[in-house]
Design a binder for this molecule. Structure first.
Ligand SMILES: *[C@@H]1O[C@H](CO)[C@@H](O)[C@H](O)[C@H]1NC(C)=O
Ligand SMILES: *[C@@H]1O[C@H](CO)[C@@H](O)[C@H](O)[C@H]1NC(C)=O
Ligand SMILES: *[C@@H]1O[C@H](CO)[C@@H](O)[C@H](O)[C@H]1NC(C)=O
Length: 409
């Protein structure tokens, strides 16, 4: 046996070696995640997406005018599609099923499975609470070891331990991977502090070489699918084709509180949304665009608003004439083919639609452009493009994938 002091020295040496990027064993961490579609009845999908869009906008606007984040809400629970990863907390670790959310930044457990304290669990003097679109939690802050994928761990991660929570049936909590500024106001008494996210801590502890997280998900045609992959610290070249094009986080408020970018959208050769700010969000199912842009898209495609699903419905003849929808970000363009613009037909009935109809995944954000958050590139966009959320360089990246032009829908 080593005396304790020697053991500590050895551990410190080991840590300082691990902190050197050159000797990192795995350059990044891969965490599998699964999608679950949960809609209950007509209009549920679009109502949930629009409610989330309103909540994100209100939250960003409140932050911009100096109000505490906790005073406003972010939609995450009441979403139509949720993305779930298994994350270990403590040592030995207890595995929790956590919702992955790029639109909030607190990580917490205890909604379902109770927090299991181990020797690595340390309670802080803070209380923590976050109100989401249709749910909330409050409890105490701990710091603990968190394990992700490949057995790699981050130590001293802030974890909210819920004493009360509502709206999280079936899940244990949230893994928040948005910008850390979204955590301001969630702790008390230290209301002005930001809480580093899991990604931030993995990078600052040298476990990963860069403070970024990348998201891969193939287009899916069933209600539950497990082919998602979050990559912390790097990108997984087996998941994309060509190179990743990056764009700086927008300066425009309130989009700049989130993973916000400037973008313009053309349908065929018609501009439907001139360059404006919006966000990229894993928690929104559809692609939402400002009302004025949505009306242009509706008339250009010949689609009509379906009163059963709330989605645009298009005839087979008009579907056969559908043009590409082109998203231009900086000097790069990302094209959604006609097939990528339609809701997977095998899931029509799951959203209250007709099995033989064709529905479009572009919908109305609920207000005209010019409000600083004029589009949301939600999951129907992210299933077609690999996405990279890079805190180190304050930018977002996209790349094509082997599924960008797939005709699975
Ligand atoms: C589905 O959503 C409803 C609320 O809309 C919720 O009560 C229910 O627990 C959810 N089910 C799952 C499996 O997430
Ligand atoms: C985004 O658009 C705004 C408003 O036009 C502009 O001020 C800004 O320079 C653009 N780019 C970035 C990275 O913010
Ligand atoms: C939807 O529209 C159809 C055709 O116009 C109409 O027959 C039906 O009653 C409407 N349903 C609802 C729920 O409004």
């Amino acid at each position: 046996m080593f005396p304790t002091a020697s053991l500590t020295t050895l551990l410190l040496l080991a840590l300082s070696v691990a902190a050197n990027p050159i000797v990192i064993r795995d350059s990044f961490i891969k965490v599998p995640f699964a999608k679950k579609l949960n809609v209950t009845g007509s209009f549920d999908l679009i109502q949930k997406d629009q409610a989330r869009a309103r909540a994100l906008k209100a939250h960003g606007a409140a932050k911009a005018s100096g109000l505490a984040a906790a005073a406003t809400s972010i939609g995450v629970t009441n979403v139509a599609q949720v993305y779930v990863a298994s994350v270990g907390v403590g040592s030995p670790a207890t595995d929790y099923s956590l919702l992955i959310d790029t639109g909030s930044s607190n990580t917490w457990v205890g909604a379902g499975k109770k927090y299991v304290k181990t020797s690595t669990s340390k309670q802080t003097s803070n209380r923590v609470s976050v109100t989401y679109g249709s749910g909330s939690f409050s409890g105490t802050e701990f710091t603990d070891t968190v394990s992700l994928g490949n057995g790699l761990t981050v130590t001293g991660q802030s974890i909210g331990v819920a004493s009360t929570s509502e709206g999280f049936d079936g899940f244990d909590g949230i893994l928040g991977i948005g910008p850390d500024a979204l955590t301001v106001g969630t702790l008390s008494p230290s209301t002005q502090s930001t809480i580093p996210t899991v990604t931030d801590n993995l990078a600052s502890q040298g476990v990963i070489p860069s403070d970024l997280v990348a998201v891969s998900f193939e287009p899916t045609t069933s209600e539950s699918d497990a082919n998602g992959e979050l990559t912390f610290g790097g990108t997984d070249s087996s998941k994309f084709t060509g190179s990743i094009s990056f764009t700086s986080i927008t300066g425009t408020s309130p989009a700049n509180e989130f993973w916000g970018i400037n973008e313009s959208i053309k349908y065929g050769s018609t501009t439907i949304l001139s360059t404006t700010a919006g966000i990229v969000d894993t928690g929104t199912t559809l692609i939402l665009i400002a009302t004025n842009a949505f009306k242009k898209y509706e008339s250009a495609t010949g689609a009509t608003l379906d009163n059963e699903t709330g989605l645009l419905k298009i005839s087979t003849a008009n579907f056969n004439k559908l043009s590409n929808l082109v998203f231009t970000v900086g000097s790069n363009s990302f094209t959604l083919t006609p097939n990528a613009q339609i809701w997977p037909r095998s899931l029509n009935t799951a959203i209250g639609g007709n099995a033989n109809s064709i529905y479009l995944v572009v919908n109305d954000i609920g207000s005209n452009s010019g409000e600083g958050l004029d589009f949301i590139n939600g999951f129907t966009f992210l299933e077609r493009f690999y996405s990279v959320f890079d805190t180190t360089n304050n930018r977002v990246g996209f790349a094509t994938t082997p599924f960008t032009t797939a005709t699975t829908n």
